[in-house]
Design a protein around this ligand. Structure first.
Ligand code: HEM
Length: 146
């Protein structure tokens, strides 16, 4: 084997090692997996909705809401949005919130309630930021009043 073929083979081997370093499928774990999958997301949604229910700034807006259904849809939505094996079966964010007159302040209160839950469950800052970054763009469809 001459020097050139050794170099080519050696390079190919190194590239194979790099490609395999993450095990089968080299993509880094999805946010869904890093959050802890379905059990963790269900626990987060339960605690978050309890925070919202106790939050006098916004809980009146949920007076006529079917809470078990809302929780189920939030789990689906977060699962699907973070790369998990779910399909979101609820309404789009505009239709779901159109009748509610939600303000920027209401939205901020809800994000605060979610953050309190994520802190309680010791979700690391990176995963918290990634989750908030997935939800933040929905704001323009949800906030309808000044
Ligand atoms: C990023 C923020 C938010 C997300 C991801 C979100 C997500 C959802 C989802 C998935 C549903 C169920 C949709 C359906 O019924 O088909 C829903 C319903 C609802 N959301 Fe939100 N929401 C957000 C912000 C807010 C805020 C700020 C409020 C009020 C303070 C709010 C109040 C409600 C209420 C009252 C319902 C039930 C509506 C009904 O039963 O007709 N949401 N939301």
């Amino acid at each position: 084997m001459n020097a050139l073929s050794r170099l080519i083979l050696g390079t190919a081997f190194s590239l194979t090692l790099v490609a395999c370093a993450g095990g089968p499928g080299t993509r880094s774990p999805s946010l869904y997996d890093r959050l802890g999958g379905q059990p963790a997301i269900t626990a987060v949604v339960d605690d978050f909705v309890a925070n919202v229910a106790a939050d006098k700034r916004i809980n009146a807006q949920f007076a006529n809401t079917d809470i078990p259904r809302l929780k189920m849809l939030l789990v689906e939505q977060i699962c699907a949005g973070t790369g998990g094996p779910c399909r979101y079966t609820g309404r789009d964010m505009k239709s779901a919130h159109a009748h509610l007159k939600i303000s920027q302040a209401d939205f901020a209160s809800l994000v605060e309630d979610l953050t309190r839950t994520l802190d309680k469950f010791k979700v690391p800052a990176r995963e918290q930021n990634e989750l908030i970054a997935i939800l933040a763009p929905m704001k323009s469809d949800i906030v309808t009043v000044k």
